[in-house]
Design a protein around this ligand. Structure first.
Ligand code: FMN
Length: 487
């Protein structure tokens, strides 16, 4: 016989919703990282995941990654100094830079030098020496025999092949190279062979920014099962864990992630629409109006020549179309001079709003300061010169958006995934509809509380208790209503 859920059932008797909030995900993961809730704010380049965002998530018992990618070195260093005195954990992004390997080396060295002990490693296509150097730095055995690894990597991947590499011990060739360079001792290399390069891997499904557009429901079980197999294969003394990112911005998505066994969840797109994000009010306004189908893939500035794409907002911006056009020209022409005159005129009038020669001169002086080898190569190879000029547009388009440059609104490059549309639909008609009311912690608590609520209603449903239709929906709650669950 089916009974109907009472208010007490829904509020969480005998297991309170507060307890369920605390039991979502992997408790040991939270305790290892020193956080209360398995909720991570993913890195967002150029400080879009800002200091304020990292601070607010940290104060709320969650974890934020500072978006170090694409920022001047001095800014990253100053941010590390500023967050060093925080009394909550936080992490920094270590992004793969295949075109500027020196940058990746310098960033990893900076993190080692400054004692940053948690990084989110992302956009890696293969493992690299700086990544391994970071992970094994300071590895040693404690008096009780356990292996102590001061630096933790949470790797974000879209593919199982890469997840396998991160769940494996650091490759021997890199360990031997580090021994030969004197960076680690032979004994440290032996210890490093017993640990995973990353104990945690975030499966990145269809998300904003770099993504393979895999459905979370297909990708996560594969990465999770890989974690189990790799645990058995290597017999690690620590537990391998899989988290989920991509598409999570609603209670239902979070509940589904935890139901699949995610140790933690990671959000991105929705955080960009919050007041703490390091973007412009105009972008936040555009994001608040975004619907599911308003996103598409467009060429990525950092890996343009390789044909890599990123997920961006298409509603209200011509960036995806224009960036696509530049990639098409890059494929079909051998140099800037090879571009048909009508096309070139159009580019100069609309995309670049300046002669291409002038853009090249600006790009040249930029790379003279940052990476002179790019200039040398461009002067030898006209196709590379064309790529650098085209990448100027892609790079600037992200700055125009972040700075809210009104004259360039049509060219804004805004990384965004379908999660944004899902969030907007969920909060429509509530206080969270307005971008001015969206704070990362309130959004995060609502997603977690709602996930706990839906998890509970699902238990009741599976026990044969009928749930009133309106109780199947977790409504956004003001901080004052939700506080008791997070005290
Ligand atoms: C604006 C924006 C910038 C991002 N920049 C980075 C980055 O620099 N490094 C990184 O690891 N991930 C980056 N991401 C991915 C997020 O950290 C996160 O994994 C992803 O957004 C989660 O999926 P969702 O967008 O569906 O929430 C970015 C995402 C967005 C929306």
């Amino acid at each position: 016989m089916e009974t109907t859920a009472t208010q007490a059932d829904l509020d969480g008797y005998p297991v309170s919703l507060k307890d369920i909030c605390l039991r979502l995900g992997d408790r040991m993961f939270c305790s290892d990282l020193g956080i209360r809730y398995p909720y991570l704010g993913g890195s967002m380049a150029k400080g879009i995941s800002s200091i304020a965002m990292v601070e607010e998530l940290g104060k709320a018992g969650m974890l934020g990654f500072f978006g170090a990618a694409g920022l001047p070195f001095a800014t990253v260093e100053a941010t590390i100094d500023r967050l060093a005195s925080a009394d909550f954990p936080c992490g920094f992004n270590l992004i793969h830079s295949p075109h500027e390997p020196d940058l990746e080396i310098a960033l990893a060295e900076l993190y080692i030098r400054k004692g940053v002990c948690l990084v989110e490693a992302s956009a890696f296509l293969a493992l690299t020496l700086p990544l391994v150097r970071y992970r094994v730095h300071g590895i040693h055995r404690a008096a009780d025999g356990t292996i102590v690894v001061p630096n933790r990597i949470i790797a974000k991947v879209s593919r199982e092949e890469l997840a396998e590499k991160f769940f494996s011990p650091p490759p021997d060739k890199f360990l031997q190279q580090l021994v030969a360079e004197g960076a680690i001792t032979a004994e440290q290399a032996e210890l490093a062979a017993l640990i995973p390069l990353a104990q945690e891997v975030t499966a990145e499904a269809d998300s904003g920014g770099h993504t393979d557009n895999r459905p979370a429901l297909a990708l996560f079980p594969t990465i999770q099962s890989l974690a189990v197999r790799m645990q058995v294969r290597h017999g690690y003394s620590v537990k391998l864990r899989a988290g989920l990112a991509g598409g999570i911005a609603t209670p239902a998505a979070a509940a589904a992630a935890f139901a699949m066994g995610a140790a933690y969840i990671m959000t991105g797109s929705v955080n960009q629409s919050c007041i703490e994000s390091g973007t412009s009010d105009e972008v936040r306004r555009m994001l608040a109006e975004t619907r599911q189908a308003d996103v598409c893939m467009a060429p990525a500035a950092d890996m343009f020549e390789m044909g890599v794409t990123v997920q961006v907002l298409k509603r209200g911006s011509m960036f995806p179309m224009r960036a696509g056009k530049l990639y098409e020209l890059y494929r079909s022409c051998s140099s800037l001079e090879d571009i048909p005159t009508t096309e070139r005129d159009k580019l100069e009038k609309t995309f670049f709003q300046a002669p291409l020669e002038q853009i090249w001169q600006d790009t040249r002086s930029y790379f003279q300061r940052r990476d002179p080898r790019q200039v040398e190569r461009a002067e030898r190879d006209p196709k590379h010169r064309m790529a650098l000029v085209f990448r100027w547009y892609l790079g600037q388009a992200a700055h125009w958006a972040k700075d809210g440059q009104t004259g360039r609104r049509i060219d804004y490059q805004i990384w965004c995934g379908p999660a944004m549309g899902a969030f907007n639909e969920w909060v429509a008609g509530s206080f969270l509809e307005s971008p001015d009311r969206r704070t990362v912690a309130t959004v995060a608590r609502n997603i977690l509380y709602g996930a706990a609520f839906l998890t509970r209603t699902n238990f009741l449903h599976c026990q044969g208790i009928s749930i009133p239709t309106d109780a199947m929906h977790a409504k956004p709650l003001e901080d004052s209503q939700i506080k008791e669950y997070f005290s």
